[in-house]
Design a protein around this ligand. Structure first.
Ligand code: NAD
Length: 388
């Protein structure tokens, strides 16, 4: 099969879906790779290195989209490009599947097959392909660096001739991949760190990284956990959480917001009244801003100064660490491709008509999880039907 690595077109997107390392890995498995010239430049991977790794380089020529069997991308390509793909071609990327009925409509009109990496199952088999984890890890790390750089205080405890400086206090909301990396990073900088999560299993992970766990309120409606993910909390539960966190927040220097529920608006854990009590000079970084935000008043891509508190709406942090974010993303995608080429074609009755260069066997749990469109049909209407 012949795959295209396009140059990402969304403003601010500096990542790329394959690196010279993964091109070499995939060509070694018999795949033919074309890289759009300059695709890796924003992340520090240059055309020469791709060519040396075995890729064919092409200018930004729309015709190539008509020729390939698949496209590996970070974000969904422009509609005009997708409309050039031939029936049975495969699109792999972070396709933002929640509420994606427009994208799904155009893929189905073209009979393009697509795998949305957000929907990969969180199993040990799929761990090497888990882009949500590799990118969330980067976001959690960078969020702490942004907060520390914006903070008007030292982070570590320091004993100087001018006296002792107490360590900064960090509050992290959500102990998923991003939250745990934020915890580890803040600890490395010498901060005292408190972490809140609704999943009881998070306590042990937080404590093993030197954080102090803020247990959720003990209420009957504590959100259940399904497949490792917290479910959405009721408004009454969130109200109890907010009053529990209010005092923590008033004492915090840095607050890193990572609490999310897949396919739902982010839980609103910080209200304006809570912000009123924060110390001027303190900083909030809201990683959930794209899902509506954990914190009131945060705006995606902007820093809002509110009564001396900096509210950073951080929606594109992985792209700001573009070299490593791409290196890891590309390895995740290569692992998925390697998995796909080992699959055998599904039996006739497996419900997946239509050919294509890869045997998209839905008996495989990885394919079943992230197969968004195939043969003119949407295979995850449960996700596409949710609000974006
Ligand atoms: P996420 O980005 O979806 O959410 C971040 C965190 O927010 C989660 O820990 C969630 O419990 C928490 N949260 C939700 N509502 C909250 C609220 N009201 N208050 C406080 N916290 C709240 O999470 P993620 O990083 O994708 O991780 C989700 C789960 O998946 C975790 O259990 C993680 O360990 C697991 N995981 C498993 C694998 C694997 O097995 N391969 C890989 C990655 C993650």
């Amino acid at each position: 099969p012949h795959l295209l690595i396009p140059r990402e077109h969304r403003p601010g997107e500096a990542r790329v879906a394959a690196t010279p390392e993964t091109v070499q890995r995939l060509t070694g498995k018999g795949l033919h790779i074309t890289v759009e010239a300059g695709a890796g430049e924003p992340s520090g991977f240059f055309d020469q290195a791709y060519a040396a790794a075995g890729a064919q380089l092409r200018g930004p020529d729309p015709e190539v989209w008509e020729q390939v069997d698949g496209v590996l991308c970070v974000q969904p390509p422009q509609r005009e490009r997708l409309d050039l793909l031939r029936p049975g071609a495969l699109l792999v990327g972070l396709l933002a599947p929640y509420g994606a009925d427009v994208l799904v409509g155009s893929l189905n009109r073209r009979q393009v097959s697509s795998l949305a990496l957000e929907l990969l199952p969180r199993t040990s088999r799929a761990q090497t392909m888990d882009v949500l984890s590799s990118q969330a890890n980067i976001a959690g790390y960078k969020a702490v660096l942004l907060a520390a750089a914006a903070l008007d205080r030292y982070v570590p405890m320091l004993m100087t001739a001018a006296g002792t400086i107490q360590p900064a206090r960090t509050l992290i909301l959500g102990a998923g991949v991003a939250g745990l990396q934020a915890l580890a990073t803040a600890r490395r900088l010498g901060s005292v760190v408190y972490v809140s999560d609704v999943r009881p299993a998070a306590r042990e992970q937080v404590e093993s990284l030197g954080g102090r766990f803020v247990a959720p309120p003990e209420l009957a409606e504590t959100p259940a956990e399904v497949g490792g993910y917290a479910q959405a909390a009721t408004e009454a539960f969130l109200e109890a959480q907010r009053s529990q966190l209010e005092e923590q927040l008033a004492q915090a220097d840095m607050v890193i917001c990572t609490a999310q529920v897949p396919g739902r608006p982010a839980p609103r854990l910080i209200s304006e009244a809570m912000l009123d009590r924060m110390r001027p000079g303190s900083v909030v970084v809201d990683l959930a801003v794209g899902q509506g935000g954990n914190c009131a008043c945060t705006v995606a891509g902007q820093t809002v100064l509110r009564n001396g508190v900096q509210l950073i709406g951080a929606d594109a942090l992985p792209s700001s660490v573009a070299n490593h974010a791409s290196a890891l993303y590309a390895r995740n995608v290569a692992a998925l491709l390697e998995h796909l080429i080992t699959l055998t074609a599904p039996p006739e009755d497996a419900g997946l008509p239509g050919g294509g260069a890869f045997p998209l066997n839905r008996e495989d749990p990885i394919v079943a999880g992230c197969l968004l469109t195939h043969a003119g049909r949407c295979w995850r209407p449960d996700v596409v039907g949710l609000p974006a």
